[in-house]
Write a protein that binds this ligand. Structure first.
Ligand code: G6Q
Length: 552
């Protein structure tokens, strides 16, 4: 039986506490140690939680809520490999992907840590071969471009991490990421590539995903057509060419073989790795090629550092636990609907997109793990853009709109590119914005301050910033592979904590199934089959008819 969190005493206490709003300006005035007291360290990350709408009493009750909903026990069960993904009857072991070699964790009679390291070594050998030019295309040229074809969890992680770790990426190999079944995606990508020097990684856990298999077939056709046109291969050399230019990452090696990829050129992982939790498995092969085995190991160390922190840090100083509980506080007691992710680091420009999947596919559930319906809100909408772009776009609503939007600001002390504009260090200017935004959100600008600037009375209200808007600021020295691993694992565990309190299964994703089924069922109608069109509902029929009229 799942625990209904609303039946706990902590939930009642928090409901009461929410009736007395926290005033940030007053809280800081009353306690000069507030910033220090609420600043935590986890691995290389420093997180300042002091600008959240919290008091010690609220934190005490949030931790009581975690106790009463058995978050720690659930965490232990996950780490041990119990089948906590109940609707798919699977273990949830992304934490095993980053355990050091030599550790032991037995699942179904196998030491999964050994299995993980065996597979990692295969990935690393391959990555080194590509990076050193030992792996050659069918015409003997070295690989200059890698195209990762995958979608969802088989795309967003490696793509986000590739962008984030740009300063560590090899100059000899460029990675590209194709995910959308919109033919523009593969066409635009291959348009600039030379088939003789391109290697395709087909990344699909199930190897059944329509988008990925369609794009993989399109890529194969492009590759073989190009090689033939260049006179590099003859008609009977297709298999040789595919073997030199295609590798796969999957849990379904039989399907890889059926597609025509040599299973020797395939890297495996396991059903206990969820797609959105898989960037640190063989799904990260493109990233391993790009940054190399050493850096990839550092990336894994970062994840493991955060896993250890989550497993062992005292509740009061446990960063993922507290950040997860804060999100519950905002969603369930202060009526927040969304949460903004605002990285002040251009290289994290896909981080919010990545977190959208991690958080919303995980916690967008309305029944608990035992099937009972929730009577409280679950997953909030995560969204964001890198600063300062967001400032010139949507921050208006966060500062002066009517909704409460908790924000996570993320910044690195050291820039990837130390540029100066005359006497000005540009990174300092950039970070001044990072500091200014959380300050403006927390402390606002009063009517008196606006008037003091000589503002006409009629427009004073429009220029007031009410303040008291919550935010967390996370900093690290630089965006190294290790720090990126820590950041990702931090959000994995924040997501876990929220799901645990809510009693939902954060590891299934049944909500994506219906659309997939309907798309396949509607394909004949879209192709103009009158009977299929007649069989569908009136609204969809109307839309498809409009399309058929517009299609040239
Ligand atoms: C992630 C989801 C989903 C999945 C994609 C791709 O947790 O399960 O985003 O990653 O649907 O699936 P395949 O890797 O099986 O192609």
């Amino acid at each position: 039986m799942s625990i209904d969190p609303t039946t706990t005493s902590a939930w009642s206490e928090l409901t009461q506490l929410a009736k007395t709003p926290v005033n940030l300006a007053a809280a800081f005035a009353a306690d000069e140690n507030r910033a220090a007291r609420y600043t935590l360290r986890a691995g290389d990350l420093v997180a300042d939680l002091s600008k959240n709408l919290i008091t010690d009493e609220i934190i005490t009750q949030l931790l009581a809520l975690a106790d009463q909903t058995q978050v720690a026990e659930y965490r232990e069960r996950m780490y041990r490999g119990e089948r906590i993904n109940v609707t798919e009857d699977r273990s949830v072991l992304h934490t095993a992907l980053r355990r050091p070699a030599g550790d032991e964790l037995e699942v179904d009679g196998e030491n999964v840590v050994d299995a993980v390291h065996r597979e990692l070594e295969k990935v690393f050998t391959f990555a080194t071969q590509v990076r050193t030019g030992q792996w050659r295309g069918v015409s003997g040229k070295r690989i200059t471009d890698v195209v990762n074809i995958g979608i969802g969890g088989s795309d967003l992680g490696p793509m986000m991490a590739y962008e984030a770790l740009k300063p560590y990426v090899s100059e000899d190999v460029t990675c590209h990421f194709v995910s959308n079944i919109d033919p523009s995606d593969i066409a635009d990508t291959t348009a600039h590539l030379d088939a003789e020097t391109t290697l395709v990684i087909v990344a699909s856990k199930t190897f059944t995903t329509l988008e990925t298999l369609t794009n993989a077939r399109l890529a194969r056709t492009w590759l073989l057509d190009s090689l033939r046109a260049a006179g590099v291969i003859t008609a009977d050399e297709d298999n040789t060419a595919v073997a030199r230019h295609f590798v796969a990452v999957s849990t379904a090696l039989d399907k890889v073989a059926a597609f025509g990829i040599d299973p020797n050129n395939a890297f495996g992982f396991w059903d206990w790795v969820g797609g959105r939790y898989s960037v640190d498995s063989a799904i990260g092969t493109a990233l391993a090629v790009a940054i190399g085995p050493e850096r990839f190991r550092e990336f894994l160390t970062g994840f493991h550092t955060m896993d250890q922190h989550f497993a062992t840090a005292e509740p009061k100083s446990n960063l993922p636990l507290l950040m997860g509980l804060l999100n519950v506080w905002y969603v369930n007691f202060l009526d927040a609907h969304t949460h903004a992710i605002l990285p002040y680091d251009q290289h994290l420009h896909r981080f919010a997109a990545y977190l959208q999947q991690l958080t919303m596919e995980s916690n967008g559930k309305r029944v608990r793990a035992d099937g009972s319906e929730v009577n409280y809100h679950t997953g909030e909408v995560f969204w964001g853009e890198p600063g300062t772009n967001g400032q010139h776009a949507f921050y208006q609503l966060i500062h002066q709109g009517s909704r409460l939007i908790p924000c996570d600001f993320i910044a690195m002390a050291n820039p990837a590119h130390a540029l100066r504009d005359g006497d000005q260090d540009v990174h300092e200017l950039f970070l001044a914005n990072f500091f200014a935004q959380s300050k403006a959100l927390a402390f606002g600008k009063s009517a008196e301050q606006v008037r003091a600037e000589g503002t006409a009375e009629a427009i004073v209200p429009a220029r007031v910033f009410p303040g008291n808007k919550p935010s967390t600021s996370i900093m690290a020295a630089r965006l190294s592979p290790k720090v990126l691993g820590e950041l990702i694992a931090l959000y994995e565990h924040i997501t876990f904590v929220q799901g645990a309190v809510w009693g939902i299964d954060s590891f299934d994703q049944w909500g994506v199934e219906l659309g997939k089924q309907l798309a396949s069922a509607l394909a004949p109608a879209v192709a103009g089959d009158r009977e299929a069109l007649k069989a569908t509902d009136a609204s969809t029929r109307n839309l498809i008819n409009t399309y058929l009229q517009l299609r040239e």
